[in-house]
Ligand binder design. Structure first.
Ligand SMILES: *Cc1c(COP(=O)(O)O)cnc(C)c1O
Length: 408
């Protein structure tokens, strides 16, 4: 879907154009008082019109706001916008990305079930599958990202094929369509769940490739301003209803109306923010790839990236994240070199998270991936001298100069 014959910046502009109207208007209507900006409805409970109406609402015969954990108008407006951007029948906003992931897994799996998940993924998701789900009797086989490895790992008890693409932190690209094909071909018809946080709905539409559910941490590119924690699960109305019942009603992972309002505000500028951040990431990737102090750059826009061709077929854009490995220094201590470069950056900020207006840089080996056993980390492709960059909205030339200076 990324046409090599058309300039990348032009394709980013077209994608932004395709989403921009939805970003501004989807899920929004002026309130009763004519306010253009939807109100933040901070109310735990909602008054019934009559005893009869309350009874109807409880019997499910009438849509009504009853209690804030079961539904809230501000959160529901955001969910409509998210469903529209994702091309989904329905979306359920959650308290965080992890609430979305845990909720989606627990809505599709029970004790005795089996999951296939990638070796390389967001560290807390890895802990969910490695440490927490086994206590509930849900077992996971970890594989490299290609579909043949998923196929080999599947058993008659497999209920879920979990995918993260592009993956953290080396931007590995997984073929969603191929994995969805495996699920369709299996008699048990496992669900396919894609964590699309790194791509955002700007760069990728997993449901269009056959995934059953897509999750995002809205903390990242969707919220986009680094001021809110939230998550979303999108998919068919029936599956999302099950997820909502599990994660929101049952486990209480509800998003606050104030957070929902902040995310909706962020989404109105989502398309143009992503257009800019993706363009900067591609430019920075090209620049770093020719830098003498850089051994290797991971960004799907680069011809050298193993996922380049697949990304071009599967994605609308190559995303706003990249990572790079420092060339070995004289002392050979890549961890120390990584820290040194981080501390020399002036425009980019040393912080976890991603998808912020600010460019954020982390050193996974000493932070986000430090809880992983060293061998697991190596298998996940996290070199000691690897830095991950989430491009923000600063001037591209300022960022390039910042990295040049820090790399010395
Ligand atoms: C941040 C992140 C999560 C978790 O989201 P939270 O909002 O922090 O709970 C999950 N997956 C990926 C890929 C992430 O980047």
């Amino acid at each position: 879907m990324i046409d090599p014959a058309v300039a990348y910046t032009e394709q980013l502009r077209r994608r932004a154009d395709a989403l921009a109207t939805l970003c501004v208007h989807a899920g929004e209507a002026p309130g009763a008082d004519g306010a253009l900006d939807p109100p933040i409805v901070m109310s735990s409970a909602f008054a019934f019109e009559s005893a009869e109406q309350a009874a109807r609402a409880f019997r499910g015969e009438e849509d009504a706001w009853i209690y804030g954990r079961w539904g809230n108008p501000t959160v529901a407006a955001l969910e409509s916008k998210l469903a529209a951007l994702e091309g989904a029948e329905a979306a359920c906003a959650t308290a965080s990305g992890m609430a979305a992931i845990a909720g989606a897994v627990l809505a599709t799996c029970e004790a005795g079930d089996h999951v296939v998940a990638p070796r390389s993924m967001y560290a807390e998701s890895a802990r969910l599958f490695r440490e927490r789900l086994p206590k509930l009797g849900i077992r996971t086989t970890f594989v490299d990202g290609d579909a043949s490895a998923y196929a080999e790992a599947m058993t008659p008890r497999t209920r879920l094929l979990y995918v993260e693409t592009p993956s953290n932190p080396t931007l590995g690209v997984v073929d969603i369509g191929a994995i969805a094909g495996l699920a369709r071909g299996a008699p048990e018809r496992p669900a396919v769940l894609v964590d699309g946080t790194f791509a955002t709905p700007f760069a990728q539409a997993p449901l269009a490739h056959g995934a059953d559910l897509v999750v995002h941490s809205m903390t990242k590119g969707i919220g986009g301003h680094g001021d809110v924690i939230g998550g979303v699960v999108a998919g068919s109305a029936a599956l999302v209803a099950t997820v909502r019942d599990t994660v929101i009603k049952g486990f209480g992972g509800v998003l606050s109306p104030l957070s929902a309002w902040l995310v909706a505000r962020g989404l109105r500028t989502f398309a143009i923010r992503q257009e800019r951040a993706c363009a900067t990431a591609a430019a920075l990737a090209v620049h770093l790839e020719s830098h003498p102090r850089v051994a290797r750059v991971h960004h799907p826009s680069l011809g050298s990236h193993p996922g380049h061709a697949l990304a071009a077929r599967q994605m609308f854009a190559y995303g706003a994240l990249l990572s790079f490995e420092l060339a070995a220094g004289p002392g050979g201590d890549d961890v120390a070199r990584g820290r040194e470069v981080l501390e020399s950056l002036r425009v980019a900020t040393h912080a976890v998270s991603l998808g912020d207006v600010r460019t954020l840089v982390v050193h996974p080996a000493s932070t986000t991936h430090s809880t992983m056993p060293a061998e697991t980390r190596r298998l996940a492709g996290v070199a000691d001298g690897l830095l991950r960059v989430s491009c923000g909205l600063e001037g591209t030339a300022d960022l390039v100069a910042d990295f040049d200076r820090a790399l010395g």
